[in-house]
Design a binder for this molecule. Structure first.
Ligand SMILES: CC(C)(COP(=O)(O)OP(=O)(O)OC[C@H]1O[C@@H](n2cnc3c(N)ncnc32)[C@H](O)[C@@H]1OP(=O)(O)O)[C@@H](O)C(=O)NCCC(=O)NCCS
Length: 197
């Protein structure tokens, strides 16, 4: 698949570029990143950012494995975060993708990841790439769960993480799902601490 660009009045999602590597490196020094991102190398080095941008991202697009975007504001080129949609195998009966995301600490708290998810989900469903999308986070990651709920994900329960973390464990995780035809209104059924006051 060739990378595609997605945009709204608020955001532009495009390809991470070599000159984004320094930003990715800086954002990924944040201690919550290794806690919540299963596959993030740790300690995170500048070479990890360079390899992600120049190696992993283009090859995962080309191999139809995972679509990854840089999240940017519509008016400025600075990379704010990353969002990705893993692509289900072509012959699966139910084409169930999986979404992942992060923002640099300075850019959180403005609802941008709800909007970025909307763009990616609309694209994944409208192109027929996915029939449903799965989301999960380490249990207790309220920011991720709240962003997923606001994007319309239905809570499907707690269980071991679907993929192994860097220490080989599958920590208890909150899970959610969204189908193409679902109403995106934040659904009932999430843990009370996620819904908040
Ligand atoms: C997950 C993430 C992308 C969400 O970013 P965002 O869209 O800016 O979301 P916000 O920071 O606006 O937070 C969303 C909600 O969580 C709440 N929240 C944020 N940080 C929180 C924290 N540390 N503890 C409790 N609640 C928190 C916010 O108040 C907000 O709630 P509201 O919408 O009801 O007001 C961002 O927090 C992040 O990058 N975290 C680190 C990486 C990560 O965990 N990625 C997800 C892995 S599954």
């Amino acid at each position: 698949m060739h990378p595609v660009e997605l945009s709204s009045p608020l955001l532009r999602l495009d390809q991470p570029r070599p000159d984004d590597a320094q930003r990715v490196f800086e954002y990924c020094q944040d201690q919550v990143m290794p806690q919540y991102l299963a596959r993030l190398p740790w300690p995170y080095r500048l070479e990890d950012a360079t390899g992600f941008i120049s190696g992993y991202v283009p090859s995962a697009w080309a191999n139809d494995q995972e679509c990854t975007w840089a999240v940017r504001g519509s008016a400025a080129p600075e990379l704010l975060g990353v969002i990705s949609l893993s692509v289900p195998a072509g012959d699966a009966a139910e084409r169930a993708g999986s979404i992942g995301f992060w923002l640099g600490a300075a850019h959180r708290g403005r609802g941008m990841m709800v909007e970025a998810q909307r763009l990616v989900l609309d694209w994944g469903f409208s192109t027929g790439l996915c029939d449903s999308v799965h989301w999960e986070c380490v249990a207790g990651n309220l920011a991720s769960a709240r962003a997923a709920r606001k994007a319309g994900f239905r809570y499907t329960g707690q269980g071991p993480a679907g993929i192994a973390y860097r220490d080989g464990t599958h920590p208890p995780s909150w899970k959610g799902a969204l189908r193409a035809a679902d109403d995106r209104t934040p659904p009932a059924g999430w843990p009370a601490e996620v819904v908040g006051a």
